[in-house]
Design a protein around this ligand. Sequence first.
Ligand code: ASP
Length: 581
Amino acid sequence: MLRSHTCGELTIKNAGTQVTLCGWMQRSRDLGGMTFVDLRDRYGITQLVFNMDTNASLCEQARKLGREYVIKISGVVTERSNKNLKIPTGEIEIMVDAIDVLNESKTPPFTIEENTDGGDDLRMKYRYLDIRRNTVKDALLLRAQVAAGTRNYLNSINFVEIETPVLIKSTPEGARDFVVPSRMNQGEFYALPQSPQTFKQLLMVAGMDKYYQLVKCFRDEDLRADRQPEFTQIDCEMSFVEQEDILNTFEGLIQHLFKNIKNADIGNLPRMTYADAMKTYGNDKPDIRFEMKLVELNDLVKGKNFKVVDDAEVVVAICAKGCSEYSRKQLDELTEWVKRPQIGATGLVYARWNADGSLKSSVDKFYSADDLKTWMEKCGAQQGDLLLILAGETNKTRKAMSELRLEMGNRLGLRNKDVYKALWVLDFPLLEWNEEAKRWHAMHHPFTSPKPEDVSWLESSPGNVRANAYDMVINGVEVGGGSIRIHNKTLQQKMFSVLGFTNEDAQEQFGFLMNAFEYGAPPHGGIAFGFDRLCSLFGGSDSIRDYIAFPKNNSGRDVMIDSPSKISDEQLKELALQIKK
Ligand code: ASP
């Protein structure tokens, strides 16, 4: 070893010891006869001190060290007179007697400290320098801790970690595939897995009973702010289980992780049906850190000559506690906010219950104070509260109201990052109508089992069939989702036919799975968690990128290695590919 200790471990207990440390020169300060250097490695920062009076040439040498030089030093651990109690090594410094420059460094393009001056692009281009910063380094350490905690828990209850292939076959379901041309089978392509779904099911047919994998998945989707074309899942599958068993097993995983990582007890997860989530939160991933539930006012508001609500399918209110004194300006601004195309409401109605007991609304032309009072009662409002009301087509209005609720939650400080509220959302619809393709799509994926009591509607009323599918939601973020699977060939065939596959297409694309179902497939089900997202949640950040060592940018590019990139004509020829020039 080039060093005797790391830069994070020496304390007052080591005073008097001769040590050797290696690391990067973070910064130096010349104070008259003394020079101080902060030496950094993954474990921390240790202060080095050089004295002009006792060793002038060494001090000169220290003054010449540039930022990010890699050095090795030897010296004696000494108690500091000016202590920094914020860091573990802050009570000591090293009185250096030798410096060895192991490697020089160009001046880094941004400062490698907690608060850097580097913009996103620059930091991504020099990600290896960015990772030297505590914030990014700590995020990667947290990720490793979440991975280890996951493995510990799952190993302890008999799950086996099994790798599945990365070069698989392209299928039309789900998102777009990334494809890889095959040189040995010209004109044919592999696809990178969007998830190991079919493989994990085959492992159940194979009798592996409990499988998991921390696995890279790939989806060639248009990137939204917090999406990565490649991401990691905690992918799991179990045999001989019902939904209840899966919920309990993975509730256990999340409790274990919270205990391990945050030392927090998140308790048992409440459960909510999809239908209730949509009705009371307007959203299938409700943030239940705060109430402000959606309340339908249809019965109370219709029939008073206010055309907008009379024509509306649904009229929905939320109660913003203590906001009756919102100014006209604030309300106008909120109205503009809901009218933005991303939210899509046509207008916003409000009603105040003032602190003095008076009631006032933006629609006083149509409604009396007594009317308003009934709205307030239905919403559980009190004096001092404000109702915000939207009307229109059910799905659109609920969605817009859900956005407004989250926005009000933010404005009122109700979405505290240090509070964690998890729940299960259950009973998703099996299918959703895709207007563009004019056919039913699987809401989860085509392998999800319908609820047995709903199977008979598969052909007559597909939209009403509920699935044995579940999502885990934490603080308004879907962290995981899964389902009980179909394990019977005939039902699987029927499902494909409802999804518009011909028998031939289904056989060609998923024959391997349906054939396997003929050889004793056990009842099975599973779940997958978005690992990057889970890490960002534990880390208290909105960005999954911070938790990925080498992420891609919003255009799906790795700006450090400059990928994707062109390939040579030679390679194209070998792959029998032609690119239009
Ligand atoms: N494979 C599914 C997904 O990636 C999860 C599951 O059903 O287990 O969403």
